[in-house]
Design a protein around this ligand. Structure first.
Ligand code: NDP
Ligand code: HSE
Length: 433
């Protein structure tokens, strides 16, 4: 196990020198003296592992620190910072580092959502820290507040806008009446969305973050496969316009809930009332709204991505892990002691807004109301508007009281074959009301 050298310096290995790694290296090198004072020991950058030595790098990166031998670096380190991303070799390198007695800081939500429990166990067994503040919502301090500040409270609900790309896309659709494809292209042009934006628009990135948040909030292991996930690919400009007409805005939400029956995590686009704090989170910003029994509602807001903001969260973990090593202490590990029941997605309880195109004729409303009643879905409001573009037809917007997801799905399936129903145009959950 590596230890502080004779001068008391801690050896830091950086795995990855991309968007985030470059900024972590810059802060480590430029703030060296100040970090030494904060930690109580010098943080010495042992080396920076990359895929290729030929890639052009920011001038701030000393070429002699670069290496393609990540294993050798890990074995000499007191603290390993993993910002390479992906599952392998990141998983194997972190595992190797922990077994060698190094503390690990990672920003890798995809890895933690799939392999978190085995890595937390290895960290615990080897009595080292495994920290991941940057893995959820970039710069926003949310992991530590949930894990430590709220450790004595009971969190009942977490509602998060945890994907900046989709928030930017939906915000552009709302503000400028853009369609989804145009807004995604804008996000790519500005560097928010990847060349392949699938993980963002399909909700996979947010689902990984939801799994991490739910596990922490409810002291229960929630894996990526336990998160019901729907992206924003079906959201249309019409949906966004109708949302505004009913006093809502559409957001991609990560929702983690605890009920007397158990816990659940889901990701999907949802109608958020304009009066809710999450409704005003625009551009590529992230925000996490936490409800706890004693604290009540709490809101965390900030930049969820980008090199410097994400590096800020990585550095917070790094300084904490370094201080712990100086003191011979350890931070909080995994807490899965509650081991609550994971509820199937069909059990989710929420309100819905359904938009239908129907024949504008006598008795149609009664027929439709009957289908809702037979499936035990209670209607809260109904709004009708004549379709100017389709004579003889009308839009019907039905908002429900809180209903079971499976009951709503049954209602939709029963409505579709009715002669009076031209089309079920959209079904959106209403959250935060
Ligand atoms: P980048 O793709 O920009 O950088 C990845 C870096 O890792 C590159 O330097 C690359 O080397 C190196 N790398 C990749 N594979 C290997 C390998 N097999 N061996 C050695 N080095 C390797 O990623 P980001 O900086 O954007 O993201 C890093 C992590 O941070 C990810 O887990 C991501 O999810 C997370 N994150 C990112 C955020 C962001 O805004 N970018 C926000 C929050 C979290 P080379 O340069 O030679 O290609
Ligand atoms: N692709 C992610 C986003 C990056 O758009 O929020 C941060 O995890």
């Amino acid at each position: 196990m590596p230890t502080q050298d004779q001068q008391g310096a801690l050896q830091v290995a950086l795995l990855g020198c991309g968007v985030v790694g470059t900024q972590v290296a810059r802060i480590l090198l430029q703030e060296k003296d100040s970090l030494t004072r904060r930690v109580g020991a010098q943080l010495n950058v042992l080396g920076i592992a990359v895929r290729s030595l030929d890639t052009e790098r920011d001038a701030v990166i000393p070429r002699d620190l670069l290496t393609t031998d990540a294993h050798a670096l890990v074995e000499q380190a007191d603290i390993v910072v993993e910002v390479m991303g992906g599952i392998e070799p990141a998983r194997e390198l972190i595992d190797h580092a922990l077994r060698h007695g190094a503390s690990v800081v990672t920003a890798n939500k995809a890895l933690l959502a799939q392999h978190g429990p085995s890595l937390y166990e290895t960290a615990s067994h080897h009595e080292v820290d495994l920290s991941y503040e940057a893995a959820v919502a970039g710069a926003i301090p949310i992991i530590r507040p949930i894990r430590e500040s709220l450790a004595g409270d009971n969190i009942t609900r977490v509602l998060g806008i945890v994907n900046g790309t989709t928030n930017y896309v939906l915000d552009q659709m709302t503000r400028h009446n853009l369609d989804l494809d145009t807004a995604v292209r804008d996000a790519q042009r500005l560097g928010y969305a990847e060349a392949d934006p699938t993980a963002d628009v399909e909700g996979h990135d947010a689902a990984a973050k939801a799994a991490i948040l739910a596990s922490l909030a409810f002291h229960t292991r929630v894996a990526l496969d336990d998160v019901a996930c729907e992206g924003i690919t079906h959201v249309t400009a019409q949906d966004v316009a109708w949302a505004a007409r009913s006093g809502h805005v559409i957001k991609l939400l990560a929702i983690c809930e605890r009920t007397p029956a158990g816990v659940a995590a889901r990701v999907h686009p949802a109608l958020v009332p304009l009066s809710h704090p999450l409704a005003s989170v625009g551009d590529a910003f992230n925000a996490v709204f936490v409800e706890a029994e004693n604290a009540g509602p709490l809101m965390f807001y900030g930049q969820g991505a980008g090199g410097a903001p994400t590096a800020s969260a990585v550095m917070g973990d790094l300084v904490t892990a370094a201080r712990n090593r100086v003191l011979g202490a350890r931070g909080a590990g995994e807490s899965a002691a509650a081991n609550l029941t994971l509820l199937p997605s069909g059990e989710a309880l929420t309100r819905y807004q359904m938009r239908l195109s129907v024949l504008d004729q006598r008795g149609v409303l009664a027929q439709i109301a009957d289908v809702f009643a037979k499936h035990e879905v209670s209607i809260e409001t109904v709004t009708q508007a004549v379709r100017e573009d389709k004579p003889g037809y009308a839009y019907l917007v039905v908002a429900t009281h809180t209903s079971r997801e499976s009951a709503l799905a049954g209602t939709v399936e029963a409505l579709k074959p009715l002669a009076a129903v031209d089309e079920v145009m959209s079904v959106l959950r209403i959250e935060g009301s």
